[in-house]
Design a protein around this ligand. Structure first.
Ligand code: G1P
Length: 296
C-alpha cells in the first residue's frame, strides 16, 4: 500500500502574482482554507500517512500551517472556542506526519520529486500530488486518488491520473497515448507513450495528466539520469517515458472534476464550486451567486 506522498511546493507561482508575492500560492484561500489543505486532506483520505513537502525558503507559511500553534490553541481554549480549536487540531490527524525538504534551485518538477529520494528510498512506491490542482469527487465517497492507488496495488504498474481536456488546451499538459481505447472513468489502461506540452498537431490524444501520480521507487534512479527537457527543466514526464519503455506505465482515467488553482480563473471557479457545496456557507453563497448573476 502506498503511504507516502510528495507535494512539490517550491515553485514561485508567477501565474498567481500579485497575490503570491508575499504568501505562497498554495496558501491562497478557497472559501475557508488554503489550497494546500485540500490537497493534504485528499491524500490523507486515500490512506497517506507521510506527507513530504518539497519546498523553498520563501514558503515557510506552508510548514507553519501544518504545525501546532501552541499560543493560538491556548488562547482559543481559554476563550472556550472549542469548535475552532477542533478545526485547527484536525488539520493534520495525529497519525499523519508532515515532513519537509528543500529544493534550493528551480530545476523542474522531475528535480523536485528527486529531492524526496533521501526520505523515501528506492524500494518504496509513493504518490505525487501537484498542489495547484484540486480534485473534487463529491458527492461520491470513493476518491479518484484512492482508486488510482488501488490500481497501482493491483497491477504494480505506475499510474498517471488523466482527464480529457479541450484540444486547444493540450499544450498546457503532459499528454498520454493509450495503447488501446481510452479507459472508462475509474479504470486504468496501458500507455504507448507520453509527451510534455505538445502542440495541438503533435498531441497523440487529448488525455491530459492532471498532477496525480502513483510511482515505484525505481523512478528516482531514472530521474537522476534524466537530462533537462522542455523549458530547460528536468521533466517528470521524460522520466516517466523512460519508465514506460522499461516496465510499462498506465493512465487512470478520473471520474471527478479538477480545478486548476494555478491561475486566476481556475481559482475563481474553485471558489464557486467549493463555496456552493460548503456545509456552513453554501446556502448563503448560493444566494450571493444568484444576486450577482442577476447583476444587482
Ligand atoms: C505539470 C506537468 C504536466 C502536467 C501538469 C498538470 O506541468 O509537467 O505534465 O500535465 O503539471 O497540472 P506544470 O503545470 O507544472 O507546467
Amino acid at each position: 500500500m502506498i503511504r507516502k506522498a510528495v507535494l512539490p511546493v517550491a515553485g514561485l507561482g508567477t501565474r498567481c502574482l500579485p497575490a503570491s508575492k508575499a504568501i505562497p500560492k498554495e496558501m491562497i484561500t478557497i472559501v475557508d482554507r488554503p489550497v494546500i489543505q485540500y490537497v493534504v486532506e485528499e491524500a490523507v483520505a486515500a490512506g497517506i500517512r507521510d506527507i513530504i513537502l518539497v519546498t523553498h525558503s520563501s514558503k515557510a507559511a506552508i510548514e507553519n500551517h501544518f504545525d501546532t500553534h501552541v499560543e493560538l490553541e491556548a488562547s482559543l481554549e481559554q476563550k472556550g472556542k472549542h469548535e475552532l480549536l477542533a478545526s485547527l487540531r484536525s488539520i493534520v490527524p495525529d497519525d499523519v506526519n508532515i515532513i519537509s525538504i528543500r529544493q534550493g534551485e528551480p530545476l523542474g518538477l522531475g528535480h523536485a520529486v528527486l529531492c524526496a529520494r533521501p526520505i523515501i528510498g528506492d524500494d518504496e512506491p509513493f504518490t505525487v500530488l501537484l498542489p495547484d490542482v484540486l480534485v473534487n469527487n463529491e458527492p461520491r465517497t470513493r476518491t479518484d486518488l484512492a482508486g488510482m492507488l488501488e490500481a497501482f496495488d493491483a497491477t504494480g504498474s505506475a499510474q498517471l491520473m488523466v482527464e480529457e481536456v479541450p484540444w486547444d488546451q493540450v499544450e498546457k499538459y503532459g499528454i498520454v497515448e493509450p495503447v488501446d481505447n481510452i479507459p472508462s472513468p475509474g479504470q486504468s489502461g496501458p500507455l504507448k507513450g507520453m509527451v510534455e506540452k505538445p502542440g495541438r498537431d503533435q498531441a497523440p490524444s487529448n488525455l491530459a495528466v492532471i498532477g496525480r501520480y502513483a510511482l515505484p521507487g525505481s523512478i528516482f534512479a531514472i530521474l537522476a539520469d534524466t537530462p533537462p527537457g522542455a523549458g530547460g527543466e528536468i521533466q517528470l514526464t521524460d522520466a516517466l517515458e523512460t519508465l514506460r519503455s522499461h516496465q510499462g506505465v498506465q493512465a487512470y482515467r478520473m471520474v471527478g472534476k479538477t480545478y486548476d488553482c494555478g491561475h486566476p480563473l481556475g481559482y475563481l471557479e474553485a471558489i464557486m464550486a467549493y463555496g456552493r457545496a460548503h456545509p456552513q456557507f453554501g446556502n448563503g453563497f448560493r444566494e450571493l451567486l444568484a444576486r450577482y448573476y442577476q447583476g444587482e
